[in-house]
Ligand binder design. Structure first.
Ligand SMILES: [Zn+2]
Length: 136
């Protein structure tokens, strides 16, 4: 994979690990830190430039940084999101970020391009020293 696009951002959210016997079972919040690494075998056009000079737009990768009222995860109560529900562990959120980010990137591809060469690695820090990684 010749190209790796890498970007990092944070979002602040609240959650409750339903059924957890301990402090995580109570309403609390985190400043989540996200690193997304997207690899590609070739360059493509994007929504903003029609020449094949990009892996993807950074803007597309950073969707989750947006406020929850604009479709992101910032200032959300994560348990309210239908795709997460009561299972808002770092593991579940990382898998969700993986699925949803790849879906959004593939939405921007030209017709006939299935993006089969794209690979995404998600790293999600719930605290400064605890991270979950998800990739396929
Ligand atoms: Zn927590």
């Amino acid at each position: 994979m010749p190209w790796t696009l890498s970007t990092e951002f944070t979002f602040d959210s609240a959650h409750t690990i339903t059924g957890y016997d301990g402090p995580c079972g109570r309403l609390h919040g985190h400043t989540y830190r996200v690193r997304l690494q997207l690899t590609s075998e070739r360059l493509r056009p994007s929504a903003h430039v029609r020449r094949s000079i990009m892996v993807a737009d950074f803007k597309t990768l950073k969707w989750a940084k947006k406020d929850v009222t604009q479709g992101g995860l910032d200032h959300a109560y994560l348990n309210d999101l239908p795709d997460l529900g009561d299972d808002t562990t770092a593991e579940v959120i990382a898998a969700y970020l993986h699925r949803e980010t790849l879906r959004r990137v593939k939405e921007t591809l030209d017709e006939g391009d299935d993006g089969a060469d794209l690979r995404l690695r998600v790293s999600l820090w719930e605290t400064p020293d605890s991270c979950c990684e998800y990739w396929e």
